[in-house]
Design a protein around this ligand. Structure first.
Ligand code: KG4
Ligand code: ZN
Length: 334
């Protein structure tokens, strides 16, 4: 069975085909990042317009030699995300489903991220813990079984990727800042600045990153000559502070839940420094940590097609618009 997945929740127009026997057999992604970089962040109206103008070409690229009528069902991201951007993907998905007379399945984007490593590692079995860290979300989720998710902790303010982006801006690095901070940090001393690790020892699994970001801001404001080596020291010290919080929160989660498999997903999961520190935690407390393939850490349609392939379409999905900006993982059935 072939599921066509469509993702337009933010600034990537992506389409992929998941074949239940062969896995991903076609995919194409168009990133709008260069367009938004000029503004230092995603501009919602520009994102919607760009999805409109690129989506047909992205579909053609994803299909390659697969005829359109070989698709059995369509899965699309219906939330959470930018509403205007989601509506483009939804209308496109509805049109295709109507024309081909095949089922249509709305998918939660966060569920796509949670499940993404299972495409590559079918040995992963639920229950497991997922640390989902992206530009818009930072949460620790207990994945009990498909569709049954508890949010154990989340950021009270900035998402982890957002904190990377804001600190990058303070250091005059381009948007999105995560990969630039990671690269610059390689040249720096991670012990040069002792930035705060908010909520590190709190009783909850929640996190807070805005205080850390503000501390970086005050540090930068006090420096008259922000040269390359000072920037590198700040990048490395910031990255270490964030990583310390993530590692401590996952260690606490494992202690409290006794789960022994952890998935780290979302754009920030691409960070190699963070991966190294979780490798150390793996050895220290005897857990197994999985990541999606690098190309599936950020937003993509493969994860949407994959989750769609596990779902049973409902007749109701054809008729209603289910696009929504907010759709928490613990409200999936609603
Ligand atoms: O999952 P994603 O592509 O989009 C959503 O936010 O849904 O995540 C993008 C975020 C950005 O904030 C970006 O700076 C961050 O992930 N990111 C990174 C790295 N690569 C991307 N953060 C830290 N290190 C990286 N290597
Ligand atoms: Zn995402």
């Amino acid at each position: 069975m072939k599921t066509l997945g469509i993702e337009t929740s933010c600034d990537e127009t992506a389409i992929a085909i998941y074949d239940s026997e062969k896995g991903i057999v076609g995919e194409s992604i168009y990133s709008q990042i260069n367009m938004h970089a000029e503004y230092g962040g995603v501009v919602p109206e520009l994102a919607s317009r760009d999805h409109c103008s690129k989506i047909v070409k992205v579909l053609k690229n994803a299909l390659g030699d697969h005829p359109l009528d070989s698709i059995d069902q369509i899965a699309y991201t219906s939330g959470p995300g930018l509403l205007g951007a989601l509506l483009i993907g939804e209308s496109f998905a509805q049109g295709l489903s109507e024309a081909l007379d095949i089922p249509l399945i709305p998918i939660n984007h966060l569920e796509g991220h949670l499940m993404s490593p299972m495409m590559e590692f079918p040995e992963i079995k639920m229950p497991f813990i997922c640390l989902l860290v992206s530009g818009g979300h930072s949460m620790i989720v207990d994945v009990k079984e498909k569709g049954d998710y508890s949010i154990l902790g989340q950021s009270q303010d900035d998402a982890v990727g957002e904190a990377f982006d804001k600190v990058a801006k303070l250091l005059d690095l381009p948007y999105p800042g995560g990969p630039h901070i990671e690269k610059l940090a390689l040249e720096g001393d991670e012990n040069a600045y002792d930035f705060p690790r908010p909520m590190l020892h709190s009783d909850t699994l929640d996190m807070s990153l805005s205080g850390l970001k503000t501390s970086v801001l005050y540090t930068v404001q006090k420096i008259s000559n922000l040269d390359q080596s000072t920037k590198a020291n700040i990048a490395a010290s910031f990255q270490k502070a964030v990583t310390d919080v993530l590692v401590a929160k996952i260690q606490k989660t494992v202690n409290e839940t006794n789960r022994n498999e952890v998935i780290i997903a979302g754009g920030v999961a691409a960070n190699k420094y963070i991966r190294t520190k979780f490798k150390d935690l793996e050895a220290k407390i005897g857990i197994k940590v999985y990541y999606p393939d690098l190309k599936y850490c950020g937003d993509n349609a493969a994860m949407i097609a994959f989750v769609g392939s596990m779902m049973k379409p409902s007749k109701q999905d054809y008729k209603i618009s289910s696009a929504r900006a907010r759709w928490p993982l613990n409200e999936l059935g609603k």
